[in-house]
Design a protein around this ligand. Structure first.
Ligand code: NAD
Length: 295
């Protein structure tokens, strides 16, 4: 069994680290948040006080952080992962970040002779807990082969998309679709509300009809419909609106650089940007607030 350094023990990183512990790995974790640290400790993660402490003895390092800026700082910054990790260690970044940042990290790691893959995930907190995430991986064949045994513990569908950055490219294509369906789902429930329809019946009809989608099942925007949903919990974030807004922005930036027009996703981005400016800490399903606010 290996020693795994895990940086970023939040909504996703926490359960991913817990599954590595269950698989028998020694997981040494670091997070800035006391709450995240406390949960990880309960799950059997050994806590470190610094990035260095988490990675210095690691065979593998996994980062699960909010944005490209965080990943650049934690991996390449002063006292970061690259400065302290063993030359033989593999570094896996599973955060969702911009393609430019991930390519820069790939280049910097290669220049130092360190193995690195971008391996963002899809499936949300429920699949992170179940160990059934989808991983979209960018990097060399050798680095992918080295990462596979660890990704297998946390995921059920592991795809080697291509060279460095390809994982992040695939991820933003997926999340752009997810973000637009969340907005459309919230619009559907907002219209049903105005028409005086029972949301529970609408949910039952949508999930057995042509409007069915992953977002409505996992991010139903109205309370009292799906047991355990964020909406039932005051919209406490499973996947924060600010992160959804970030992903749509990343997709639109990549589209702009590639000369592709995305009018529907562009509107979804505006709706999420509105929400993120006031309630970005809430769950992405709170997008119904922004939809109602526009009516
Ligand atoms: P989160 O905010 O719950 O967790 C991020 C953690 O990183 C926090 O606990 C924070 O304290 C920690 N952190 C930030 N800067 C740090 C630093 N310098 N050193 C150590 N720890 C630091 O976010 P999350 O929902 O777990 O998402 C993490 C990543 O996964 C994001 O890029 C997100 O877009 C992506 N993602 C999230 C979901 C989801 O459903 N939540 C699904 C797929 C992908």
């Amino acid at each position: 069994m290996a020693t795994v350094g895990f940086i970023g023990l939040g909504n996703m990183g926490g359960p991913m680290a817990a599954n590595l512990v269950i698989a028998g790995h020694q997981v040494v974790g670091f997070d800035l948040s006391e709450q995240a640290r406390a949960h990880a400790l309960q799950a059997g993660v050994t806590l470190a006080d610094t990035v260095k402490g988490a990675v210095v003895d690691a065979d593998v390092v996994i980062t699960m952080l909010p944005t490209g800026r965080h990943v650049r700082d934690v991996v390449l910054g002063e006292d970061g992962v690259a400065s302290h990790v063993a030359p033989t260690a593999l570094v896996i970044d599973s955060s969702t970040i911009d393609v430019a940042s991930t390519r820069d990290v790939h280049e910097a790691m290669e220049a130092r002779g360190l193995s690195f893959v971008d391996a963002p995930v899809s499936g949300g907190v429920s699949k992170a807990c179940a160990g059934t995430l989808t991983f979209m991986v960018g990097g060399s064949d050798d680095a992918f082969a080295a990462a596979l045994p660890y990704l297998d513990v946390m995921g059920a569908n592991i795809v080697h998309v291509g060279a460095g950055g390809a994982g992040q490219g695939a991820k933003i294509c997926n999340n752009m679709l997810f973000g637009t369906t969340l907005v459309a789902t919230a619009e559907s429930f907002a219209l049903a509300e105005k028409l005086g329809l029972d949301p529970q019946k609408i949910f039952g009809i949508i999930t057995s009809s042509s409007g069915d989608n992953w977002g409505v099942r996992n991010f139903c925007p109205v309370p009292g419909v799906v047991d355990g949903s964020a909406a039932d919990d005051g919209y406490a974030a499973r996947f924060a609106a600010a992160l959804m807004s970030k992903d749509l922005r990343l997709a639109l930036d990549a589209a702009g650089e590639s000369g592709v027009e995305l009018p529907v996703s562009g509107r979804a981005n505006e709706v999420f940007a509105d929400l993120a400016s006031t309630e970005g800490h809430l769950d992405a399903s709170a997008v119904i607030h922004a939809v109602r606010g526009r009516s």
